[in-house]
Design a protein around this ligand. Structure first.
Ligand SMILES: NC(=O)C1=CN([C@@H]2O[C@H](COP(=O)(O)OP(=O)(O)OC[C@H]3O[C@@H](n4cnc5c(N)ncnc54)[C@H](O)[C@@H]3O)[C@@H](O)[C@H]2O)C=CC1
Ligand SMILES: O=C(O)[C@H]1O[C@H](OP(=O)(O)OP(=O)(O)OC[C@H]2O[C@@H](n3ccc(=O)[nH]c3=O)[C@H](O)[C@@H]2O)[C@H](O)[C@@H](O)[C@@H]1O
Length: 464
């Protein structure tokens, strides 16, 4: 029997877009995305979705209320479903064993326990969250220990590779879909059923099947290797600044080698986002637990290089501004961790903003898609800030870049939003304090044009 009813636990950046695209491409399947959070579900059911993702509004508008539903009724969604995606968050543990490195599987475990409590018939349970290797075994243990008579489970691993800002396109045109399952008759049958969903829009050759543990590890490996490329080019950006080489030219030359390839070689203020750091820390922790300290140290270096890059960039700002920011106003353009998303998780802008605040500056922030409340939360929540009031009185948030930069001593570009390229920098210069500085942490601006206007310009990986 083919799949008729899908439920997804977790209506976040992965569950929402993934299930919306499945609903679009599989009109005969009912898809319900269920979440514990009442606010999040209310937003998915409103005109303003909880996440900004180009193209997503259209997909949701076409399917919502037809074969796509967002619900807080987790039990009912599980009862009805033949196949259940677990797309809950797997953050880094903040206390206990493995604190600061291991993935916290409490939400995955919670999801497995609800399924075990509620299920009355056979279910295929699909691990979509990014998890440590052999997490599927833990899910299976919970389900089997609470199994009701006549109910059987198949656990599959189906990690997600979408990137924020391009999620809809990544889902519609996935390089590959990965499915790991048990090599038994029932396991192979479950894998086939999941394949048949993706085959509604992807060629079979793009759907790769393998054993569960390989699938789980492949997800961590892919993120680790993507982040490694960024740390590699960022490390070379420091060499460029010290020698007069230009990191964009180096990246171009290196990337033309088809064995290396040109993607993901954009030097920057450092990578952000909810996953690269968390997944590499998780990999490091796994390696340590497996008594592979050399391997752990190797991957840890990718994170350390990223910290170094962020630190190098903020040090450059402080040193350029006569080594003191006390009483100065600095404009931060961009707060999201990359363009085309409103997500700020692990955004390098948070590091930049905090360092400038600690140096005594007042900061004026503009981002086209990040809410004021989010910025306030990122900079003043008690986990990250000992004295929120001291910070709060020196943070202001604007809805346009011209007001944000008015009377500032410097502009710092933290996100590569397209609109920053075409701003009227002459007009902005006229309203800034002099000397006026621009620090381009994304290498997106026309530096010579800015120098001609009168700015002092600094960027990554190139001496100006
Ligand atoms: N954000 C991204 O671009 C990508 C994330 N991933 C992975 O996907 C997973 C989910 O990530 P995001 O969607 O970004 O997380 P998120 O934090 O945006 O969403 C997770 C949602 O799960 C809900 N939840 C927690 N426990 C639940 C339960 N028992 N039942 C129902 N809902 C529950 C939370 O309320 C939250 O709304 C993580 O493991 C992440 O590493 C993988 C690829 C891309
Ligand atoms: O597991 C995940 O969460 C996802 O993590 C990343 O996706 P994402 O973090 O959304 O965005 P990326 O495009 O990978 O960018 C991550 C960070 O690296 C930075 N970056 C990216 C590319 C580059 O060349 N240079 C660079 O500094 C970006 O600005 C951003 O801060 C991966 O690209 C996805 O395949 C994966 O599914």
């Amino acid at each position: 029997m083919s799949i008729k009813n899908i439920c997804c636990l977790g209506a976040g950046y992965v569950g929402g877009p993934t299930c919306s695209v499945i609903a679009l491409k599989c009109p005969e399947i009912k898809v319900t995305v269920a979440d514990l959070s009442k606010d999040r579900i209310a937003q998915w059911n409103s005109e303003k979705l909880p996440i900004y993702e180009p193209g997503l509004d259209d997909v949701v508008r076409k399917c919502r209320g037809k074969n796509l539903f967002f619900s807080n009724n987790i039990e009912e969604s599980i009862l009805e479903a033949d196949l259940i995606f677990i797309s809950v968050n797997t953050p880094t543990k903040i206390n206990g064993n493995g604190k600061g490195r291991a993935a916290d599987l409490k939400y995955v475990e919670g999801a497995a326990r609800i399924i075990a409590d509620v299920a009355q018939n056979n279910k295929i349970v699909v691990e979509k969250s990014t998890v440590p290797v052999r997490a599927a075994e833990s899910i299976a243990n919970i389900l089997i220990a609470n199994q009701k008579p006549g109910v059987t489970y198949q656990i599959l691993s189906n990690p997600e590779f979408l990137a924020e800002g391009t999620a809809v396109n990544d889902l519609l045109n996935a390089d590959r879909v990965l499915i790991g399952g048990e090599n038994t008759e029932a396991g192979r049958e479950a894998v086939e059923k999941l394949c048949s969903i993706y085959e509604h829009w992807l060629p079979r050759k793009n759907i790769v099947t393998m054993n569960t543990w390989s699938s789980e590890l492949s997800k961590l490996a892919a993120n680790a290797m993507l982040a490694q490329r960024i740390s590699s080019i960022n490390s070379l950006s420091a060499v460029c600044e010290a020698t007069g080489a230009d990191v964009s030219e180096v990246a171009r030359a290196v990337g033309l080698d088809s064995r290396i390839g040109s993607k993901f070689l954009q030097a920057s203020v450092g990578f952000g986002g909810s996953c690269f750091q968390k997944d590499i820390l998780n990999l490091v922790y796994i390696c340590e637990c497996l008594n592979l300290p050399e391997v752990a140290a190797y991957w840890q270096q990718v994170i350390d290089m990223n910290e170094y890059q962020k630190h190098r960039f903020t040090t450059k700002i402080i040193e350029s501004c006569f080594n003191t920011l006390s009483g100065k106003k600095i404009c931060i353009l961009g707060f999201a961790f990359k363009k085309n998303t409103g997500d700020t998780r692990e955004s390098p802008a948070i590091h930049v903003a905090k360092t400038l605040l600690d140096e005594g500056a007042s900061i004026k922030i503009y981002d086209p898609k990040v809410d004021k409340e989010q910025i306030d939360e990122d900079l003043t929540n008690p986990y990250v800030c000992e004295n929120p009031e001291n910070y709060r009185k020196r943070i202001s948030i604007y809805t346009d870049p011209y007001t944000a930069s008015k009377d500032c001593h410097a502009i710092v570009v933290c996100t590569e939003w397209d609109e920053f390229v075409d701003l009227d920098y002459k007009k902005i210069y006229g309203n800034m304090m002099k000397p006026a500085y621009i620090f381009d942490g994304r290498k997106i601006l026309d530096h010579q044009a800015l120098i001609n206007i009168g700015y002092h310009v600094q960027t990554i990986g190139k001496r100006l």
